[in-house]
Structure formats: structure tokens, C-alpha cells
Design a protein around this ligand. Structure first.
Ligand SMILES: [Zn+2]
Ligand SMILES: [Zn+2]
Length: 184
């Protein structure tokens, strides 16, 4: 059975991660193994002028240090803000065939009312499912309810569901990846 390794920065509470996993198990019929991330983000990835990490550098750093078997995936959760060139920030970034990183600070932001703990868990799960979708070869989807819809802002994340739409599920099926999903 293929697996998802969910590695979280040590400053993140394991209880929060447990709640995120409970959400992920609504989507995936996979074993999800959580563990504390032993490698802290490297200083070279930090941009002092922007006060943010460069996500591209983090992704290549973690992808070169942490290897997963062919059908396994790695999802890293960092409580750090990150950007890629051309964007003010990113909620996450993925590497096809490997996995992805999700960044928490922007998922804790609020527009009108302060988000409940439950909402932050849901947002985190959605962004992990999104980045893992890229890692399984999916691109962005035009359906705003689909988890593969691109989130320009947290409002998009709140509007989309945590599930792959029928179209995206068919694409996974056609790549013999249908088995990774729960039937929903
Ligand atoms: Zn995306
Ligand atoms: Zn879709």
C-alpha cells in the first residue's frame, strides 16, 4: 500500500497534525504516517529583505534530503511564510512525483471573523490535498469547488472543497491512481 509521510516542523502541535490527518483520511485510501521534521528550513532559503522563505529553495532542499518510494509521497508542513518569484506569497508548492510543502501562516489569516481552530485544520488539509494533487500529476482545475482550483486568496481556499472533482478523479483513474482515493 502506498503511503503519505506527513512531516511537520517541531513547533507545530502534534494534536493539530492529528486533526489534519483525520481530514486527509476522508480523501485518501492510503496510510498516512506523521513524524516530526528533523531538518529545519535552511538559512540560505531565508530572504531577509522579504522576511520570507524562498519556496523553490526549500522544495529542492527537502526533495534532495528526503526520498520516498515511487508511489509514496511526502507532505511537509512548515509554520513559515514563503514566496516564489513573481508571487507575494504561496500557500504551498509541489514537486511532481515527490510531494509538496504547505505553509501555515497565511492559512491562519482572517477576513471578517477570526478563524476557528477547525477552519485552520480544514484549510491546511485542503492545501495538502492540493499540493499532493500536483505531486500525482494534476494541474489546476477551473471548478472553484475542486481542491485543485488555484487559491489566489484564503477566500478561494475557504470556498473550495477538500475533494478532487469528477474530472480530476477521472484523470487520476486514467493514470491508475484511482485506488489512492476513498470512494466519495
Ligand atoms: Zn496549485
Ligand atoms: Zn477538478
Amino acid at each position: 500500500m502506498s503511503k503519505i509521510y506527513l512531516l511537520y516542523q517541531i513547533k507545530i502541535s502534534p494534536r493539530f497534525i492529528e486533526e489534519v490527518i483525520a481530514e486527509l483520511l476522508k480523501v485518501y485510501d492510503l496510510e498516512i504516517i506523521a513524524d516530526a521534521l528533523k531538518l529545519e528550513p535552511p538559512k540560505e532559503a531565508y530572504n531577509k529583505l522579504r522576511n520570507q522563505f524562498n519556496s523553490n529553495i526549500l522544495l529542492s532542499y527537502y526533495a534532495s534530503h528526503l526520498k520516498a518510494k515511487e508511489n509514496d509521497r511526502i507532505a511537509i508542513v512548515l509554520d513559515e511564510d514563503a514566496y516564489v518569484t513573481g508571487l507575494n506569497f504561496v500557500f504551498g508548492e509541489a514537486l511532481p512525483g515527490w510531494g509538496g510543502i504547505v505553509y501555515l501562516p497565511r492559512l491562519k489569516l482572517w477576513i471578517s471573523t477570526q478563524p476557528s481552530a477547525k477552519l485552520i485544520v480544514e484549510r491546511t488539509a485542503k492545501e495538502i490535498v492540493h499540493e499532493l494533487g500536483h505531486s500525482y500529476g494534476l494541474t489546476h482545475c477551473s471548478n472553484p469547488r475542486c481542491v485543485m482550483y488555484f487559491s489566489n486568496s484564503i477566500l478561494d481556499t475557504d470556498y473550495k472543497s477538500m475533494f478532487y472533482c469528477e474530472r480530476c478523479r477521472k484523470i487520476l483513474d486514467s493514470r491508475s491512481l484511482g485506488h489512492i482515493l476513498k470512494k466519495y
